[in-house]
Design a protein around this ligand. Structure first.
Ligand code: SF4
Length: 408
């Protein structure tokens, strides 16, 4: 297979001014050597304690998570995160072949960071797909080796539980082999509340109709004082966690996200990750953790500057260190851009999501570099192998479909 570096030239990166050579020579973390890592800690006692814990596989505390955000230099957290990822995944990086169905961007909620939704009274500016239009998207993949359909969208007041159960059942009739991952806790909470069913009853109905996993969206930052500013009117943190716990107890898996880089503090991030870590201890039902970068185009929070790439990489690395019971840490490339996503592979990330095939508008509408997000399997493999990792195609539950060992 021909290799393709995403950095095809030494043209400076749009956000940092760094060239590929700069990144690889100056930013790539060193392999774990405790003495070197201690040097990188600046001999700070707290950071050295964290390095020792990572070395022996011991969990770090919330206070230590906060210390990493406050004092952990990129090279230091990167070395620790890289060490953990290598222990867990032996240099392998996952992706899958998937596509999205976005039924609508009409939404009853008014999250200030959202660039995607349209209010019901302005629905003519948005889209509302019919059942047949959504089934046509599925039929488009007839004979193609996709393994997952990812279904998320706005919260439309007239698309209800029965409508989506019918959709799930009809997709399964067309492609029984597809894993159906769909509906954020925000969509589900509204749908079940309107349908006057309990969370458990609603999830059972959807599971019986064909739903197998939940995506991680809607978590944002759990702390209510942050939600009051960025997403005051949708399900709260406790509600999000309850829906995922109930799904896990019903035998379903799910993902978890954190929207970072807006008004939250380091303490809010640690609190958010700690609540996810506690639920994972209880159920073991999360497949992966996906930090999502706030993008500031076309929304009511455009005055807030986006996080730098250094801060993005630091966050991924700290998430890898803190979330010790999440095997998989995903960089969602349509949101981060493929260049930064590639860099995260040296900072604890072991999953790049999927081929997508230009079927999502959520982050292109928020100003992502990826305006038509689509990567072929070959492009994804090249992106992974060109930084010395082994690409592995997975299914939704991280079973291996194909290991591209031969790629050099
Ligand atoms: S983030 Fe989701 S719930 Fe919030 S306004 Fe956008 S589509 Fe609606």
């Amino acid at each position: 297979m021909k290799l393709m570096h995403v950095f095809t030239s030494d043209k400076p990166n749009f956000a940092t001014g760094y060239t590929y050579t700069n990144y690889m020579s100056e930013m790539e973390p060193k392999t774990m050597n405790l003495n070197q890592v201690f040097q990188m800690s600046g001999m700070d006692k707290g950071l050295m304690d964290i390095a020792e814990k990572v070395q022996v596989g011991e969990r770090i505390t919330e206070a230590e998570g906060l210390l990493l955000f406050e004092k952990g230099e990129l090279g230091f957290v990167g070395a620790l995160a890289n060490h953990i990822a290598e222990q867990l995944h032996n240099n392998r990086v996952y992706f899958n072949r998937n596509f999205h169905i976005e039924p609508t961007n009409v939404c009853v909620f008014t999250c200030n960071f959202c660039s995607y939704s349209r209010q019901y009274k302005h629905r003519d500016d948005g889209w509302e797909l019919t059942m047949e239009q959504m089934l046509d998207i599925v039929r488009k993949y007839d004979g193609q080796p996709v393994t997952e359909a990812h279904i998320v969208g706005g919260v439309h007041p007239k698309m209800n539980l029965e409508f989506f159960c019918e959709l799930l059942g009809r997709i399964k009739e067309i492609r029984p082999d597809l894993h159906l991952k769909g509906f954020t806790a925000v969509e589900l909470e509204y749908m079940f509340r309107k349908g006057k069913v309990s969370i458990e009853e609603g999830l059972r109905k959807m599971r019986d109709a064909g739903l197998q996993s939940l995506p991680g969206g809607g978590a944002e930052i759990f702390a209510q004082e942050v939600r009051d500013v960025i997403c005051a009117d949708k399900v709260d943190g406790a509600g999000w966690l309850h829906i995922h716990e109930t799904a896990h107890n019903l035998g379903m898996h799910s993902n978890a996200t954190m929207l970072y880089g807006h008004v939250e503090t380091f303490a809010h991030r640690v609190d958010h990750m700690s609540q996810l870590r506690s639920l994972q201890d209880k159920t073991g039902g999360f497949n992966c953790f996906i930090p999502l970068k706030f993008r500031n185009a076309n929304n009511d929070m455009s005055h807030i500057k986006e996080s730098t790439i250094i801060e993005d990489l630091r966050l991924y690395a700290i998430a890898r260190i803190f979330m010790d019971n999440f095997r998989n840490l995903k960089a969602y490339w349509p949101m981060l851009g493929r260049q930064t996503a590639q860099l995260t592979l040296s900072y604890g990330v072991n999953d790049l999501d999927g081929t997508i095939d230009d079927t999502t508008k959520i982050y292109s509408m928020a100003g992502s570099e990826e305006q038509t997000p689509s990567l072929s399997t070959e492009e994804l493999c090249d992106l992974i192998s060109s930084v010395g990792k082994i690409p592995v195609e997975r299914d939704t539950l991280y079973n291996h479909i194909h290991v591209y060992e031969a790629v050099q």
